[in-house]
Design a protein around this ligand. Structure first.
Ligand code: ZN
Ligand code: FE
Ligand code: FE
Ligand code: ZN
Length: 265
């Protein structure tokens, strides 16, 4: 089973479970590697209610160490962060990158201006918005994140569809510019299985996006975005089928921000 690099810890205030059951779940699922990538601190603090504070980074490092102790060499435990792409965040991300020997950094777009659009708390705003305009804003932001080149992995590519709001018709006009930007950046994307359990009922990204990404030579990881131990490796067999149907034959592994590939089986 491929590595699962996108998983959370209780430090983000909306995930649960100790390191031990997370590692046990990864072992049981037969993942090649288990990676931890909790929601990174954002500046200025306090930023929002769904992430760790920068003062909690030592607790995060300790959490990772506990997972490594549990794994006892049976599975590599990789250390990462899920960072938010926000205007002008590059300096802060560089600062975070220097604080620990990370294996990878995931970049995610959860914010459009001041709106964390994937937060169910603001679902009402979706009902009133211009969906096409929000989509255009989202993909422009996502392309800018890719162009920054500061992330190893780009998270849940079409998260904007989470609550089922999407423009009518062919979506390639949204996908194509961002595919070009990602391919030029050299970052890899993730196929994130959490979308199957959201109103959109589809993994992130859509099969068509994945097909375009594969044709453009963009690398892939498969992720669960686990917020509890039982989510680790969730729906991976189904994700492997989808990745293969899009043309993928391998996934990417990260070790201290250096990559290699493994066969997709
Ligand atoms: Zn989360
Ligand atoms: Fe996310
Ligand atoms: Fe996440
Ligand atoms: Zn995520």
């Amino acid at each position: 089973m491929p590595a699962d690099y996108h998983t959370h810890t209780p430090l983000c205030r909306h995930a649960e479970g100790e390191p031990e059951p997370f590692v046990d779940a990864a072992l049981l699922a037969g993942m090649t590697e288990y990676g931890i990538s909790d929601h990174a601190p954002c500046m200025p603090e306090p930023f929002d209610e769904w992430r760790m504070l920068s003062s909690e980074l030592p607790d995060y490092f300790e959490w990772i160490e506990r997972a490594r102790t549990r794994a006892a060499g049976r599975i590599p435990v990789r250390a990462g962060l899920e960072c938010d792409w926000l205007g002008g965040c590059e300096k802060w991300i560089a600062e975070l990158a220097s604080r620990y020997e990370w294996d990878y950094l995931i970049g995610s777009v959860h914010y459009l201006s001041d709106w964390d659009f994937d937060n169910p708390k603001w679902l009402g705003r979706w009902a009133e918005c211009d969906v096409d305009a929000v989509w255009a804003h989202y993909w422009k932001t996502y392309a800018a994140m890719a162009e920054s080149g500061i992330f190893d992995i780009l998270g849940h590519p079409d998260l904007v569809k989470k609550f089922g709001y999407a423009p009518q018709g062919d979506l390639d006009c949204f996908y194509e510019p961002v595919i070009d930007a990602i391919a030029a950046s050299g970052s890899v994307i993730e196929l994130n299985t959490a979308g199957w359990h959201k109103p959109c009922a589809e993994a992130y990204p859509a099969p068509r996006f994945l097909e375009l990404a594969c044709s453009a030579g963009i690398g892939l990881v498969i992720s669960s975005d686990a917020h509890q131990p039982s989510d680790v490796g969730r729906d991976f067999p189904r994700a492997i089928e989808i990745a293969k149907a899009a043309g993928y034959r391998e996934t990417t592994l990260f070790d201290k921000r250096k990559r290699r590939s493994e066969l997709l089986v």
